[in-house]
Each structure stands twice: as structure tokens, then as C-alpha cells.
Design a protein around this ligand. Structure first.
Ligand code: IFM
Length: 710
């Protein structure tokens, strides 16, 4: 089985995508797959999870820590940076079984050839630690200079976030302490396997005389702590980087072995899909919180400050299922994050005059909604464009309820309900109840003025997805009321019985858009009357490739072109609502009208195609999701706003397609079963997942599907 990706040559245009492809991470931090000599110009970043700062009136965004991998080699005063001094050979690799990224670069110099090798990893065993090993070897004797420091001039989108930076050195360890504008500190240390020739201005300097063919190696163990972790991060950073690189790597590998034990996917007959799927799981594990806290995953993982490092519905609807099936404690952390951020959701609902809990569309610490009223910048006028993501994507609260219900169903662990989950569900139900309106002409309850998953059409009425999710929340309230029958106190505290009394008659008369004669479900009221322009036609109307398609001025706004799976997402999530024929007809209608302008789109079309038994139609969309990083080239801009980075939701979505679609893994009364629908060219699919604490193996070959414990 192949667990490696690689690339040769250095092309400046691919630096942003390579930074994502070769990323290493451990849930606490992500280190972009840039080279040791790279700086903020090449988007080098050590991105930290869950710690934010707002500089002046810029967007509040997560912090990038000073970069302890910063290392430059020079010969005769000339710095060997690939960007300034093109190498004769260059390759980058990632062994994603163990999260070990490496590079080999060869420069032709006047005195001979110099080869620089480096390998790096983020410890899966101790999430504060990183390891880096640099090896130099020349084919002729030469004196080199190696400067190994901590680069505190970090890449920021809306920075600077540090008001001051202090460098020091204690017992041979380099320490950098950066004071965050809004308070607190980030401390980074770097310890070396060899004492340097000297320390100079926060940099360790080595002046080895290389002998032809003899390697010079230097390894570093680096630590990152913040004042969110403990009181004295600098001391913790200094003390914790004392161990050896080799031991750290060994312990980290052992943790990766445990992860693969319950996650590995084997696909005979399709090496490309097998590699892409496992590589997607690698990325999910790089960003998964492992400390048992109340933490979720940002939409761009730990690849930078894009999307303000905020948590979206991506976590519950796209990523959660993989964690539930492999490491339920991580799924629990994601949901505890929503429980802890309930106060923010209550406040947000109240600020719009709604009842209950309206979760942040772009959630940061404490449930703060980082989504700005003007989330796009117009390419022509450079003026901010009013968007309604924050105010109107009401489906976000239902995603939270979906996640909690899924957790309970899969794990049978009700403690989450008692620890605040029941309250969240009740408050979300209260929110949807307060959204209901009864228009004079129609004697039924409806939901108006929302934005569905398709963000290009704003402020629409009766978005089918949103209405279906509201129904789901009302039904979830019924279910938890049954579950909590024994726990009268909790039942009373959440006011569930009284709330149900109010909701039941409304639910009876709630409008859910249904398939018309053609079998099609209208995405929202009036959607079918919009211009039926083709995607090519809409695209030809763009005057700038970075132009925003949505809103009142975008090329999609007055047409049936949609940004991402919307009705398709609803049908993929609730396939039992309709016969397969309806699922198929809606797929065939909506897919050609979908721009797939979000990386969340393809997996839902793939899953839906499996739901009506067409794995061949699903396959290219599955591959698109699973290869989001490998193929790169995803959207980098929304208007003038940079949106590049990794795509954990696409990775999680690919796993959903594989498990729930191709393997057809479903649960009835808590028991797993298989209803496989694999692509024709797959000879065998073996999928691992956790059930009742045991690792299970789904083994699917043509005409045969077996479920056994591993
Ligand atoms: O959550 C998504 C949204 O659906 C489309 N824009 C990007 C967000 C983050 O991935």
C-alpha cells in the first residue's frame, strides 16, 4: 500500500498548494509544507488551533506561532534559498502514514554539489512538540554556514498580532516569546542535537567544514505553548524540548499506528482512490483535537488564517462521521465545543429578535461569530459587499443538533445530553419555532428569508434544505424527550415538555417543499422561475475570474446556477424520504446547474448518486473530494478575499461517500449492516470502523459483503 506523495522540481506558482499538500499537524498546530528557508512571503506558517486575536479593526483570526523550523544554509556568503538560487534538483515528499515530510535539494556550487535533506514531523504523542532533522552532504570539501533560528516575522492576513517579540537562549535552547496584541503570550523553543558555534540574535549558528561524502546532521526538537495552555508558556517550552528527535519520532509513529489500526482503507483495483482516501484521513487526523477539551476544527484546518480559522457546519455535517467511526472521543470534543459555545448562540439569536440558539456561522472562541456583514470584497470597486451568511444561514443550528443526535445514536453514550447537549437541542428547537411564519395567503407554517447551503441565492423563502433540517430538529426534540423520561430534572430544566406542546401543532402544519410532477423539489420559492442559464453561459458573463458569483450583482444570482449541493445535500442526508427515482431525478437536474464553488459540494453529489445505486456517477465526485489537496487548484479567491488552504470537510465528505455510499454502512437499532454499491472496477474494499469499542472490518468483494471484528 502506498503511503507517500511526492513532487519534483520547484515552481513558485505551486508554493501555496504545496504548503497544503505537505502540511504536518497534530490538532494543536499545523505546519504548512513549506521549505525551511521560506518565510511569510512563501506563506510559511505554524498555525495554532483555537487561539485568536484581532489587530486594530481587521478580522479576528487565529494566531500563527513564530516558526521554529526556520533554517538557512549559506556558502561563501550566498544563502541557498530555492526561491533565489534555483537548485539543480529538488523534491518534496510526505510519508503520510507517519506524518513525516521531507525534502532533498541539490545545488551546484563553484566548489561542488551540496545536498540538503530535511525531514520534519508534528508529534502525535505530545501535541506541543515538533521535530526537524537537517542533513548536509557535499561531493567536495567545503565550509558552510547553517543558521537555525525562530522566525517571528509571521505570515498574517489581518495582522500583525504580536505587539513585541523577545528572543533568548537558556541552556542551549533558543526561546522566543511573542506578546499577543489582545493579551497573552505564544512561546516557541528550539533545542539542538549539537551545541552551536555561537548564538547570535536569537539564532544558533553552525560553521561545519564539510568533508566530501561525509554527512553533517543537526536535529531540533521544538516546542510551542501559549498562555491559554498554562501560566508560563516560555518555561514550559524551554523544558519540554529536552528529549531526542529519534525518541520523539518513535512515540509519534506509535500513535499513528493506533490511528491507522481503526482507520485504514484498502481498495483493491484502484490504487489512486486508496491513496487519496487514506491521504484524506491523514489530513483529518492532522487537525483533530486530541486533548479531550471542547474544541472543534476550522474549515481550513490548520493550514492558515483563511476563513478566520472559524468553525462552520463543515464539522458536524462533513467531518464528524469519520471521527465517530474511528475515534469517538474526538467527535465528542467537536460537540462539546458546541455545548460550550451555546451562550454565544443564545446571544446571537436574541440580537436578531429570535428565540433560542442561533449558532455562529463562522464560530471562534466562545461562539463569537467572526462572519462579517461584508464578507466579500468586490474585485472592481474594492468595496466590501454586503453578504447575509451570518444573519441568514439558519441551517447552522440544525447541523449542531444533527451532530449531537448522530453521536448518541452511534455511541449510545447519553452523557453528552446531560452535559448540555439536551439544552442545546431544546434551544435550537426554540430557535426554529421562532422562525416560523404563516403567510396570509397560505395557511401553513413556513421559514422565510434564509440562505441555504447554496450561498449564491440570498434571502430566499422555504429553502428545502433548511426546512427539512428544522423538521429534523423538531423530531430530535421528540426523541430526546423519550430518552430523558427518567431524568425529570433535566427534562424540566430544558423545558422540553412545554416546548413540545407548542411545537407539535406547528410541525403538523409545517411546509416541506415536495417533489412536483416532474419529481423535482424546488430549492426555494421561485427558484424554477429564474433564468435557466448554463454554467458556461454564466461563466462567460464574468468580467474577472475572481469575481464573486453570488448576491444581487453576481452572475449566478438571477439564474438557476447554484454554488454547491443544496437539495442534493438534503436528499443525501435523508434518502429514506423519497423513492430512488426522485433522488435520481433531482441529481440529474441540479448537478449540471451546480458550480461546485465550494469543496463541500462534490461529496454530497457522490453520496446521493450512491443512494440511488449509481456508483459510476458517484465516482468522479468522490475522487474530486478525496483529491481536494492532491490535485490542488481549488478556489483561492472569493472576490478579493483569500480562501486558499486545506479542505478537511472534503476529506470527511469523501469518507462518508466511501463508508455510507460505496460500502453502504448503515445502522438499524444501533447495529451496523452493509448495502454495498462500489464502483465496478473495485475488486475489493476493506473498511475499518469502531463499533461498541471494537474495531470492525467491512470486507466487500463483488457479490459478497462481510462484517467482522478485526
Ligand atoms: O461551510 C462552507 C460553506 O458551505 C461554503 N463556503 C465555505 C464554508 C467553509 O468551508
Amino acid at each position: 500500500m502506498k503511503f507517500e506523495i511526492s513532487k519534483t522540481g520547484c515552481d513558485p506558482a505551486s508554493i501555496p498548494d504545496d504548503g497544503n499538500r505537505f502540511l504536518i499537524g497534530n490538532g494543536y498546530m499545523g505546519v504548512r509544507g513549506t521549505l525551511e528557508e521560506f518565510t511569510k512571503k512563501e506563506l510559511a506558517a505554524v498555525n495554532l488551533a483555537g487561539i485568536y486575536d484581532q489587530a486594530d479593526d481587521g478580522w479576528r483570526e487565529p494566531l500563527n506561532a513564530p516558526n521554529p523550523f526556520y533554517t538557512v544554509v549559506s556558502v561563501n556568503g550566498g544563502a541557498l534559498r530555492v526561491q533565489d538560487f534555483p537548485p539543480a534538483e529538488h523534491e518534496q515528499r510526505l510519508d503520510f502514514r507517519y506524518g513525516l515530510a521531507s525534502r532533498k535539494t541539490v545545488w551546484n556550487l563553484a566548489k561542488g554539489r551540496l545536498t540538503l535533506r530535511a525531514e520534519r514531523f508534528a508529534s502525535m504523542d505530545n501535541s506541543h512538540l515538533l521535530g526537524l532533522k537537517i542533513t548536509l552532504c557535499a561531493n567536495a570539501d567545503m565550509r558552510v554556514k547553517l543558521e537555525a533560528g525562530i522566525d517571528a516575522d509571521v505570515w498574517d492576513i489581518h495582522g500583525p498580532h504580536y505587539s513585541s517579540v523577545k528572543f533568548g537562549e537558556k541552556d542551549g535552547v533558543l526561546i522566543c516569546e511573542a506578546a499577543v496584541q489582545s493579551g497573552g503570550t505564544v512561546a516557541v523553543s528550539r533545542n539542538f542535537s549539537l551545541p552551536p558555534d555561537e548564538f547570535m540574535r536569537g539564532t544558533a549558528i553552525y560553521l561545519p567544514e564539510l568533508k566530501a561524502g561525509v554527512e553533517f546532521s543537526l536535529s531540533s526538537v521544538c516546542a510551542v505553548y501559549t498562555s491559554k495552555d498554562l501560566q508560563n508558556p516560555a518555561e514550559a517550552a524551554q523544558k519540554s524540548c529536552a528529549g531526542s528527535y529519534e525518541n520523539l519520532l518513535k512515540a509519534s509513529k506509535a500513535r499513528w499506528d493506533e490511528i491507522w489500526d481503526c482507520s485504514l482503507v484498502e481498495i483493491e483495483g484502484d490504487e489512486e482512490a486508496e491513496l487519496a482516501m487514506n491521504y484524506s484521513l491523514y489530513h483529518l487526523n492532522c487537525v483533530a483535537p486530541r486533548g479531550g477539551g471542547a474544541v472543534s476544527i476550522a474549515a481550513r484546518g490548520l493550514s492558515g488564517q483563511t476563513y478566520k480559522g472559524a468553525v462552520f457546519w463543515d464539522s458536524e455535517i462533513f467531518m464528524l462521521d469519520y471521527f465517530l467511526a474511528s475515534q469517538p472521543e474526538i467527535a465528542r470534543s467537536l460537540l462539546r465545543y458546541r455545548i460550550e459555545t451555546l451562550p454565544g448562540a443564545l446571544k446571537k439569536a436574541a440580537s436578531y429578535g429570535w428565540e433560542g440558539a442561533f449558532y455562529a456561522w463562522e464560530s471562534q472562541e466562545g461562539g463569537f461569530d467572526a462572519c462579517s456583514d461584508y464578507n466579500i470584497t468586490d474585485v472592481f470597486t474594492e468595496r466590501p459587499v454586503r453578504t447575509y451568511f451570518k444573519d441568514k444561514q439558519a441551517h447552522i443550528s440544525a447541523a449542531v443538533v444533527w451532530g449531537i443526535m448522530r453521536y448518541i445514536e452511534r455511541t449510545g453514550d447519553l452523557s453528552l445530553l446531560k452535559e448540555g447537549g439536551a439544552r442545546v437541542i431544546a434551544e435550537c428547537a426554540r430557535f426554529y419555532k421562532s422562525l416560523l411564519v404563516m403567510p396570509n395567503a397560505r395557511k401553513r407554517w413556513e421559514i422565510h428569508d434564509v440562505v441555504g447551503p447554496d450561498e449564491y441565492h440570498e434571502r430566499v423563502n422555504n429553502n428545502a434544505y433548511t426546512n427539512r433540517m428544522a423538521l429534523f430538529v423538531f423530531d430530535a426534540l421528540e426523541k430526546i424527550s423519550e430518552i430523558l423520561q427518567e431524568d425529570e430534572k433535566l427534562e424540566r430544566e430544558c423545558g422540553i415538555a412545554a416546548l413540545l406542546e407548542e411545537i407539535r401543532p406547528l410541525r403538523e402544519n409545517f411546509y416541506m417543499p415536495k417533489p412536483g410532477e416532474s419529481g423535482l423539489i424546488e430549492q426555494f420559492d421561485g427558484y424554477f422561475s429564474l433564468e435557466d442559464a448554463s454554467l458556461a453561459e454564466a461563466r462567460s458573463r464574468l468580467k474577472d475570474p475572481r469575481e464573486y458569483w453570488g448576491g444581487s450583482h453576481g452572475v449566478a444570482g438571477d439564474t438557476q446556477i447554484i454554488k454547491q449541493a443544496d437539495v442534493a445535500t438534503m436528499l443525501a442526508m435523508f434518502p429514506q424520504d423519497y423513492p430512488e427515482e426522485i433522488l435520481r431525478r433531482n441529481w440529474e437536474f441540479y448537478e449540471p446547474r451546480t458550480e461546485h464553488g465550494s469543496s463541500l459540494s462534490a461529496c454530497m453529489y457522490a453520496l446521493l448518486a450512491c443512494r440511488f445505486g449509481n456508483a459510476e456517477a458517484a465516482y468522479p465526485f468522490f475522487m474530486k473530494s478525496a483529491c481536494a489537496e492532491l490535485r490542488g487548484g481549488g478556489k483561492q479567491w472569493a472576490g478579493l478575499v483569500y480562501i486558499g488552504g486545506t479542505h478537511p470537510a472534503a476529506a470527511g465528505g469523501a469518507w462518508k461517500v466511501l463508508a455510507q455510499g460505496f460500502a453502504g454502512l448503515e445502522y438499524s437499532d444501533g447495529k451496523p449492516s452493509l448495502r454495498p454499491c462500489p464502483p465496478r472496477h473495485w475488486k475489493r474494499l476493506r473498511l475499518r470502523f469502531i463499533h461498541e469499542g471494537q474495531i470492525m472490518l467491512a470486507d466487500i468483494t463483488p457479490g459478497k459483503a462481510e462484517l467482522k471484528s478485526k
